[in-house]
Design a protein around this ligand. Structure first.
Ligand code: FES
Ligand code: FES
Length: 164
């Protein structure tokens, strides 16, 4: 049987240099999960749900719609990596728990990544703007208000200088 063509993609994932051998058409989502980065969730795989959201060079993207091959030399951060390495993301994870923003939890990693990007880019404690920022993420359980609350709480702390 003919061996499938593969390529090697070099990236930094959650601060660590990695070289993934992948088929050229593979999405970033599949490349990450094939290499045990399981906190990136696979929902619709069609760009609708946002649970696969990761940061690529600081920008939130849907990893199911991103070719892994296009990420050569780029820096990828996921919910888990951010939580261990980024103060704002770690605070946001805690705020999700405090605000009751997690039910089944399947959408949570994507919301944390999108929310972290909002907060790190100077997003204000403005519920309307927060809703816009996470409008690409779906949640089937919470009705969204508690998710917005958590991001709002952290945005407020940043504005008040409690969280630098
Ligand atoms: S799995 Fe990527 S948007 Fe749903
Ligand atoms: S907590 Fe279940 S989908 Fe959001």
């Amino acid at each position: 049987m003919e061996k499938k063509k593969t390529i090697v993609v070099n990236m930094k994932v959650n601060g660590e240099d990695v070289s993934y051998e992948i088929e050229p058409h593979l999405s970033l989502l599949r490349a990450l999960r094939n290499n045990y980065v399981y906190d990136v969730k696979c929902g619709c795989e069609e760009g609708d749900c946002g649970t696969c959201t990761v940061l690529v060079d600081g920008v939130p993207v849907k990893s199911c719609l991103t070719l892994a091959a296009a990420c050569e030399g780029k820096e990828i951060w996921t919910d888990k990596g951010l939580g261990y390495n980024d103060r704002i993301a770690a605070r946001l994870q805690k705020a999700f728990v405090e605000c009751g923003s997690v039910q089944c939890g399947f959408c949570t990693p994507g919301f944390i990544v999108a929310g972290t990007a909002y907060l790190k880019n100077g997003g204000k404690a403005d519920r309307h703007a927060i809703r816009e920022a996470v409008s690409g993420n779906l949640c089937r359980c919470t009705g969204y208000n508690k998710i917005i609350d958590a991001i709002y709480v952290v945005a407020k702390e940043i504005e008040e200088g409690v969280l630098a």
